[in-house]
Design a protein around this ligand. Structure first.
Ligand code: CDP
Ligand code: MG
Length: 141
């Protein structure tokens, strides 16, 4: 194997709907088959303060209270994925935010019929990846 660029890292959450629906293996399999590497992974149940820190950019949105209730509603799987252009590649694999509109073949397009319960979070830029990895896995950014 040869790579021309150093591996990039991204923060991914398999949200509580993914755990409840028994889709953790399916979703991890998609990331692994793509060639991404799992660098860290933990099953965790978060409280409201942790949700506020993770979704800091969204806490003033009218839809934030139900999102907060959803992400704190049960265990989720937090992980760090690495690989060439991991941030962009992972966002492409998960698809657009609204599962009803996400393209077939993407995770949200294949498994979600919701704009909220859309199974996966993934960092959207190098800056957010660093912030989110620091938040979820301190010392591993
Ligand atoms: O997750 P992504 O970056 O694709 O979307 P976002 O616009 O950053 O929104 C973050 C999360 O908020 C989404 O993944 C949804 O779970 C939730 N959301 C929601 O509950 N209601 C909306 N109208 C929009 C987003
Ligand atoms: Mg986002």
């Amino acid at each position: 194997m040869s790579t021309t660029t150093p591996a990039e890292r991204t923060l991914v959450l398999l949200k509580p709907d993914a755990v409840r629906r028994g889709l953790v293996g399916e979703l991890l399999g998609r990331f692994e088959r793509k060639g991404l590497t799992i660098d860290a992974m933990e099953l965790r149940t978060i409280d409201g303060a942790a949700a506020d820190a993770h979704y800091a950019e969204h806490t003033e949105q009218p839809w934030y209270p139900p999102l907060r209730a959803f992400v704190t509603s049960g265990p989720l799987v937090a992980l760090v994925l690495s690989g060439d252009e991991a941030i962009t590649v992972t966002r492409a694999l998960i698809g657009s935010t609204d599962g009803r509109k996400a393209a077939a073949g993407t995770i949200r397009g294949d498994f979600s019929l919701s704009n909220r319960e859309n199974l996966v979070h993934a960092s959207d830029s190098p800056e957010s990846a660093k912030r989110e990895i620091d938040l979820w896995f301190p010392g591993q950014a």
